[in-house]
Design a protein around this ligand. Sequence first.
Ligand SMILES: [Zn+2]
Ligand SMILES: [Zn+2]
Length: 382
Amino acid sequence: MPSPHEKLGRGRSWMWCVKTVKWFPVIFIVSVILWSYYAYVIQLCFFVIPFGLQKALYIILYHGFLFFFLWSYFQTIFTSNGRVPVQFRLPATELDRLMQAESDEAKIQVVKRFAQNLPVSNRTTTGAIRFCEVCQHVKPDRAHHCSVCGDCVLKMDHHCPWVNNCVSFSNYKFFILFLGYALIYCLFIALTTLQFFIKFWKGEMDGVSHFHILLLFFVSIMFALSLVSLFGYHLYLVAHNRTTLESFRPPVFQIGPDKNGFSLGKFNNFQEVFGDNKKTWLLPVYSSLGDGVVFPARAQHQSNLYSSMGSTHNSLGDGVTYPQRCIDEDTDTLLGGCQRWDDQENGCSRWNDPEEAFSRIAFSEHADSDSSTVHPEIMIVD
Ligand SMILES: [Zn+2]
Ligand SMILES: [Zn+2]
C-alpha cells in the first residue's frame, strides 16, 4: 500500500506529465515554423534565388510577416485569462447555507439572493442565476468554466490546444490577429514558392533545396486552407459579437435566449474587441473595451442590469486592467454560474451612479468619438 506521501508524489508527477503533454501542440507549431524558416530563408532565399532585388524583397517581407505572426501567437499563448472578481464569490456564510439547502429550489434561492446586487443578466436555461460549483462563484455574463484550465474564464470563446490557453476576453484580439497573420504568412510563402514548384514540376529543378521548397509549398497551402475558414468564421463572430460557445448555445437572458443579445452593431462590435484607436487595431497589444465582467447588451436585456446595479457599489474594472484568470466548462446548472470581478480592488474603478457605470464600462473609450455609442439605448443597431 503506497503511503499518502507517495500518493501525493505520484499525483504531482502525473500533473506535471499532463502539463507537459498540453504543450505538445504548441511545440509542434513552433517546430513547423522553425522548419519553414530554414526552408524559406536558407534553402530558398540563400541557395536558390540569385542576388538581386527579388532576394532582398523576399527576405524583408518574410521577416516582417513572421514577426507579426509570432508576436500575436505568443501574446495569445501567454496572456492569462481574466479572473472573476472576488465580489462574485460566495462568502462562507452563504456557502454554508447553500450546502445546507435541502432542495435544488432552495439552492437556487440562496444563489439568487446573493446575486441580486451583482450585474448579471445571463441565466441558465431554466432561468436561474449561473453558478460555478467548482469555483463557487456566480458566473459573470459570458463567463464559463474551462475544465482544461480548471477555472472560470471571462467571455470564454473556446479552449485552444494550439495555444495551450483559453481564447477569452483578455486574448481574443490577439487570437484573431494570430489567425490573420498566420494566414498572410502562409499565403506569402505559397505565392512566392509557386514559381519554383512549377519549375520542379517541369523537371527544370532538382536537389535537396527543391525538396524543402516543394514541401514548403504544400504545407503552406494546407495551413492556409484551414486558416482561411477559421479566420473568416471568427471575423463573422466579431461582427455579431458572439463567442464560439454562444454561436452553438445562445446566451439566455431573463426574457429568454438571444443569440444577438450582446450585438451593438457591426462597428461597435468590432471596437469592443479591437478598441477605438485605429493605430492599435493591427498590433497585438491589448486594446479591447470593457472589463470582461459586464457587457452592454440590447435594450430589451438591460432593465434587469440597471436595477441590479442601482443598489450596489460594484468594482467594475477599468477596461484595461482586466481581471485575472478563470475558466469554466459551462454546465449552466443552477449552481453552474459563478462570477468574479476583480480580486484586487485597486485595479478597479467604482461608480455609484449605475447608468454612468454602465455606459463607462461599455463605452468609456467611445465617448469622445461618437456620441451615439455613449447611450446603450441607441447602440442597438444590428
Ligand atoms: Zn468555475
Ligand atoms: Zn481553457
